[in-house]
Design a protein around this ligand. Sequence first.
Ligand SMILES: Cc1cc2nc3c(=O)[nH]c(=O)nc-3n(C[C@H](O)[C@H](O)[C@H](O)COP(=O)(O)O)c2cc1C
Length: 419
Amino acid sequence: MKSKSIFSPQNPCLKSIFSTPLESLMATSLDLNDDSLCSNPQQQQTETHENSSETALLGEPRGYLSGEARVERAWGHWSKLGRPKLIVAPMVDNSELPFRMLCRKYGAEAAYTPMLHSRIFSENEKYRREEFTTCKEDRPLFVQFCANDPDILLEAARRVEPYCDYVDINLGCPQRIARRGYYGAFLMDNLLLVKSLVEKLAINLSVPVSCKIRVFPKLEDTINYARMLEEAGCSLLAVHGRTRDEKDGKKFRADWKAIKAVKSALRIPVLANGNIRHMDDVRTCLEETGADGVLSAETLLENPALFAGFRTAEWVDDGEEGNKDGLLDQADLLVEYLKLCERHPVPWRMIRSHVHKMLGEWFRIQPQVREDLNAQSRLTFEFLYDMVNRLRELGVRIPLYLKEKDSHVQGVPEDGLAN
Ligand SMILES: Cc1cc2nc3c(=O)[nH]c(=O)nc-3n(C[C@H](O)[C@H](O)[C@H](O)COP(=O)(O)O)c2cc1C
């Protein structure tokens, strides 16, 4: 099934939010979208685009329910989705449709879209068309927004609710751009506003609202925060066990004890995020936190087959018994990803980013191939397939490994999605 932009192309006359094609290919939106994502409307190029068929509601709004009924409904929904445990975390420019589909093929049971900016999403048809695509197989799906205005958030959310299972609010982004735009983790300083965002969606949408948070330095604050979100109508909470100041995931370990405390304090499903690098981490995290599922981000970028039990050499302990070459390597995954991109087109900057992440190890061994890639201001699929062939001809292979006990984790179809 081909992907479609949910939003029909109309007046595609907006200037690109990127200043030059090269920049747009080289940078992530987090780096470059500062102005376009900034909260000041004067700085935006906007376009009003109203199309009632795009905003069709699914069924009745959920309305206000008492605590007990809300918790029951939260679990009913989660169960209807099959209680997914292995989940692709939201990643700007990186958890787009083809990448989600690749991860789903290799064991992911649900996925988040990248963070979408609610105001730009409400106003700008081109942004919607380029930044949010999905297809029938792309479920269960969380569509994530950042926001600081409940009405604007609701307007954006209404456009996606027919195509997703949760509308998620990003309450964890710690980047400079989020400080400037006043969203993400910077709303931890304004919990009344956070409450109003959650309530607005919980009362008016037909799909449940979920939130993704970071922890406060003090456990008690984190627990009060999580309880407030549940009370406001949040149906599922993902907890990234790092504080707003702990930006570097490699430097700071996520605090699973804090996640465990949140799980114990809440009655809705809770997901754990941070430090999930292979299936042993998944098992330990679920056991130690009691969480209902895990999200993984950075490791999946390098190894989208993580949830099928594959691991990079970095996570194979020397002398450990039972590890075998999984007969899959990162170049195979990249080729599958590229085929998915041909089927489900996305901006080239996203593809470029995945090429660097998936082939990072190869590039360290063959830096001239990376230089050739960087020299291309415009990419083509032909160039990228040729590049993979060149790497293979150079005789390098970076295998992914399987532990005996993980071989059965997920049945990976032999033919694959990429055909
Ligand atoms: C490239 C990249 C983009 C990200 N974008 C988002 C985002 O759009 N929304 C969000 O809530 N978190 C975002 N994150 C944070 C991840 O979802 C996750 O919380 C964080 O990386 C910790 O998980 P990990 O230890 O598995 O990497 C991003 C992370 C990365 C690496």
